[in-house]
Design a protein around this ligand. Structure first.
Ligand code: C6P
Length: 406
């Protein structure tokens, strides 16, 4: 089946909107993706016809929502190629999933003198939770270096994995550089030293097929809103043996088996980690988003987006004074750049007036920007619905904007 871009675009109502009387060109997909009508419909249909709290009622609506939520969990399991649906925990997003692991893992596995390894390209969400855990238990946060082109320094990675290291956490794909890390190889190295690995998949699941069993990831996390689902829903995949070992995170309804004032026993997986009323309609809509992606085919999406990234990269290189930040051999979805003598913010503001949405700033990777010695970048990030024509328009407007600013 060929990739039908016109059909894909038709499915996303917002793409046909105008801003400042200009056709919207949405190139801020690493921040959040737009939603197809099928996902929007699920949200409104469920609130109109089925809404009722899950796992609680015996009545029709509650049973219906419970079943739909568990079907969505199954869809996520199959999408990630996980072994069991009970290894899929619904969270609010990537940030919450990493905090869940950092807090519960550190409780029994981190003590004074231990080390946690991350990389220089991490998003704040994969830095701060580990920093907090290290501070709390007297452990040390170690940072793996990168090369100037934005690829990971694998020698520095291997050297960092001493026997003091208790867990490693890194992004599958960098949100700023677009670098695709050699996840499988990195996990293999960590496992050869008996170190578990958390992979931040916030910028990967929407662009590339992921098989958590093949990768042998211990934990893999992502956000629904970056893969065409609503905000407020995300996923923690954890190997069953790890999730069984970790203590519960938040206490409350749903995560318990029985409660007395003297003692509480906890529910089985995945509910042990889902205290309180979850965003079940968000989860059901995430299932619809996965259906949408799978109908088109993640492989097809991946090769179409690769073509877009190559096209945009070749074009931007022809504009004088532009420096691309992130030139790794294997990249996905993201084109970040700086322009000599021009502040990224000014470029973003002027592009906005032409209908183009890009992100400017440090993209929540401040240590990475500090290392490059830059205050921020302009970032165009792509999704399955972007087109070569939109990239042409971006380049045309970028040249105009730069001629005003230089
Ligand atoms: N990056 C960006 O514009 P949340 O906010 O929990 O959905 O995702 C956090 C997160 C974690 N890891 C990576 C690699 C990410 O890219 C993000 C979110 C957005 O790049 C918002 S800062």
């Amino acid at each position: 089946m060929s990739f039908d871009i016109a059909k894909v675009r038709k499915a996303f109502p917002i793409l046909h909107e105008q801003v400042y009387n200009k056709q919207l060109v949405y190139l801020d997909n690493a921040a959040t993706t737009q939603k197809p009508q099928s996902v929007i419909d699920v949200l409104s249909e469920y609130y109109q016809k089925y809404n009722s709290n899950i796992h609680r009622g015996v009545h029709f609506l509650s049973s219906h929502c419970t079943e739909a939520t568990e079907t969505a969990r199954k869809k996520v399991q199959l999408f990630l190629r996980a072994a069991h649906a009970r290894e899929i925990i619904f969270t609010r997003g990537t940030t919450e999933a990493i905090n869940l692991v950092a807090q519960t893992f550190s409780q029994d596995h981190l003590k004074k003198g231990d080390e946690v390894v991350i990389t220089r390209m991490e998003h704040h969400s994969n830095i701060v939770p580990w920093q907090m855990a290290c501070e709390r238990y007297g452990a040390k946060l170690k940072v793996v270096d990168i090369h100037k082109n934005g690829s990971l320094d694998l020698e520095s990675y291997e050297n960092a994995l001493t026997d003091k290291v208790k867990i490693v956490a890194f992004a599958h794909v960098s949100n700023t550089l677009g670098t695709i890390n050699p996840v499988k190889e990195m996990i293999e190295v960590a496992h050869s030293k008996n170190i578990p690995v958390l992979v931040d998949g916030a910028q990967s699941v929407q662009h590339t097929p992921v098989n958590v069993q093949d990768l042998d990831a211990d934990f893999y996390v992502f956000s629904g809103h970056k893969i065409y689902a609503p905000t407020g829903i995300g996923v923690l995949y954890g190997k069953e043996e790890w999730l069984e070992k970790l203590p519960p995170w938040q206490g409350g309804g749903e995560m318990i088996e029985s409660v007395t004032f003297e003692k509480t026993t906890y529910n089985e997986l995945p509910f042990k980690f889902e205290a309180g009323t979850p965003d079940y309609i968000g989860a059901i809509a995430l299932g619809a988003a996965i259906d949408f992606v799978e109908k088109i085919g993640i492989e097809q999406i991946s090769s179409y987006e690769d073509m877009l990234l190559r096209y945009a990269t070749d074009k931007i290189k022809t504009i004088e004074g532009i420096e691309i930040i992130g030139n790794a051999n294997r990249k996905s979805g993201v084109l970040s750049f700086v322009v000599d003598g021009v502040h990224p913010y000014d470029i973003g503001v002027l592009l906005d007036k032409t209908g183009i949405a890009v992100r400017t700033g440090n993209h929540c990777t401040q240590p990475l920007h500090d290392w490059y010695g830059i205050p921020g970048t302009v970032r165009a990030s792509f999704a399955m619905y972007n087109t070569k024509e939109e990239i042409d328009y971006l380049m045309e407007k970028l040249e105009q904007v730069l001629s005003m600013l230089r």
